[in-house]
Design a protein around this ligand. Structure first.
Ligand code: APR
Length: 251
């Protein structure tokens, strides 16, 4: 199928959908200057995720943990929504997308105008106290790190950490349950920029399939679910705007 025919087919699927939902991964934010994880040059290139982004790392090697997140937070400062984020926000505003379920912690869907965003892995825009659970502005964590100090909770003195789900941690149960319900009800799930390697997020497309829904996958590289999807191979920032244009022109 030609790329244009695939976009046309995707627009038709979405046009007939009554409960379309998007599921995004780091690939939707690479055109905003944020590296993904598993592409060449991604965040896991030459880095052991368990040594910098796991609960054990936070507890046993906090300096390596904080160094890793400090670099990610610095990249976030200049990141702005790209045309892929904006296209998804347009589809939601036009009533063609119920929600965006994201594995990303960069807040760019909200910055693009998406209103119903489920953050499966938390957010780098918030800090949380590892002891009392208090939420704090991420700026407090960054300011402490900039001073060369460990970030501590003003309420209880515990260590502050980014409010993201680390390896060895469970996803927020309420958010995942809502995401699963949306995927079960979805007649079309639009998967954008994810390698679909990390569960439980990677299990969500199968929830849609098992309930009789269809998958559209927009991704630069193959994924394990391509065989069960309408695949649009390429960059999300190139594919989603014309897809949204076709769909909204049909409105
Ligand atoms: N357009 C389309 N696809 C892209 C683009 C782009 N501009 N840039 C990258 N991709 C694709 C890559 O080819 C890759 O298949 O996006 C996918 C990103 O996959 P990962 O790097 O594995 O990111 P993700 O699927 O979000 O990872 C899931 O793993 O480490 C954990 O917590 C981390 O949330 C993350 C989770």
């Amino acid at each position: 199928m030609s790329a244009d025919a695939a976009v046309e087919a995707a627009a038709r699927l979405l046009d007939r959908a009554r409960h379309a939902v998007a599921l995004t991964g780091a690939g939707v934010s690479t055109e905003s200057g944020l590296p993904d994880f598993r592409s060449p040059g991604g965040l896991w290139a030459g880095v052991d995720p368990m040594a910098v982004a796991s609960l054990s790392a936070f507890q046993r090697a906090p300096q390596a943990f904080y160094d890793f997140y400090r670099r990610r937070l610095a990249l976030l400062r200049d990141a702005r929504p790209n045309p892929a984020h904006l296209a998804l926000a347009r589809l939601e505003a036009a009533g063609r997308l119920q929600a965006v379920i994201t594995q990303n912690v960069d807040g760019l869907h909200q910055a693009a105008g998406s209103r119903r965003v489920l953050e499966l892995h938390g957010s780098l825009h918030r800090a949380a106290c590892a002891t009392c659970g208090a939420r704090r502005p991420i700026a407090e964590l960054e300011a402490a790190l900039d001073r060369g100090a460990l970030p501590v909770c003003p309420a209880c003195g515990g260590l502050l950490r980014p409010d993201v789900v680390l390896f060895e941690e469970l996803l927020p149960a309420d958010v995942y349950a809502e995401a699963e319900a949306l995927c079960r009800r979805a007649d079309v799930l639009l998967v954008v920029g994810s390698s679909l390697q990390v569960t439980p997020a990677a299990s969500l497309p199968e929830v849609t399939l098992e309930a009789g829904g269809r998958l559209i996958i927009v991704n630069q590289e193959p994924t394990p679910l391509d065989h069960a999807a309408l695949v649009l191979r390429g960059r999300a920032g190139t594919i989603l705007p014309p897809l949204a244009d076709r769909l909204l022109a049909a409105t």
